[in-house]
Design a protein around this ligand. Sequence first.
Ligand SMILES: [Zn+2]
Length: 478
Amino acid sequence: MGCSLSQVSQTARIRNFIAQYKNEVEFFGIKYVTEKTTHMSVRNELSEGLHTQFDSGVRIEVMFNQHIGYASTTDLSDEGLLRAFNFAKNQTKHLSTQKAYPFPHSIRTKSEGTYRSQIQKPLDTLSLTEIQTVLRDCTARMNESPLIFFRSASVSIVETEEVKWDSLGSEWIQNFSIVNLDLAVRAQNQGDIQTRSHNLCLQIGAEVFLRSLLFPITDQITKEVLELAHAPPCPTETRDLLVSPDQMALQIHETVGHPLEIDRILGDERNYAGWSFVNMADFGHLKYGGPKMNITFEPDRFSELASYKFDDSGLKSEKQYLIKDGILMSGLGSLESAERGQTQPVANSRSSSWNRPPIDRMANLNLESGRKPLTEIIAGIEKGIWVSTNRSWSIDDYRRKFQFGCEYGMLIEDGQLKHVVKNPNYHGVSVPFWNKLTEISNEAGVYGSYYCGKGEPNQLIRVGHTSPYCLFKDVEIF
Ligand SMILES: [Zn+2]
């Protein structure tokens, strides 16, 4: 206990251990995960807490009689690893008598390499006190009006190392440097409370804690919350809907990402996270959106939240089009799910940590940029509304009907930005909504979600979404 398995001597020990027991099964893999997370938050210039947690353990994966099984442990001694190995082997032996799904041995291949988040300054080059001071300075800058009563800045700083070895001779190491930073400001006017917030969630280093980066964001949300404090409510009518990249991230996540998960389509998640309106027969045919809609699965794109080189099965990540020119081409299925669904796999077999089995997850799911500048898109809108930043969401089990509320809205009339409206909401049905997509801007924003939930027992996983500004024709707003 307490030793890092990525050290050279430990690597030799793990390789020997795998060599000693691999003949008892058809495949034997060990994945080691260690993670350090520091949370800190500041509210109204006062520290609300600072704590650091460490987590580490291993997951054993075996294949026996063409069935895959898992066990995990925090006991990294040879005895501890053997106990976990025997547990996984016995569970898998039992499972294989049920003939759940016999996988071919080719479902696992040898993988070797390293991955490291591309950062400018390692996270430990700034002291926690220095970071706390930056957060406090952000909340102090929000103190612009007596109407403002809540000013908050909080951050999670995460350093993760994953190491994988298996009986095919695979060995890879992945190191992640992650920051999830939230800024929020609230104002109250005549009993009505309005919030503006901003979330930065990326693989990034200490360079994110620059005042020159954070102060313009702080100033913008402070200005906008005061506009909202005096704004009329959003009207109820049909308008063209211009959606900012931060809200588009959720639109992509909920109405493209989750419905395209193959394990969900196959019914694995029906009991908990839900099913999907998409059928396996839709791939290659379904007109999912307007002709400008191109959605890519892109874990190999650097610096997004869910960038990596290998998924948990050892499959190397590469960019793949899920929706090309509006047509649904492919889904989010791991090697196992793709085998069961007889479709193309993507490298999306991911677990939230060492103590969970991998399932089909999103990783980076991006909407490709278009050619038009935002100003040109706005100039072409006769009667519209521009909405930013999610405030609330609701979506059915099949990911078909949705309703999203945003923090900030601005009406557009005859190509001109008019006035701000508060509490803008819109609703739609996934595929018909995406078919209303008519314009995509040439600039994009990079966002991420730190808390995508799925699986029983629950797994919270990190996903990234890059999106441009998007215009949807004739959407019901309220
Ligand atoms: Zn999710």
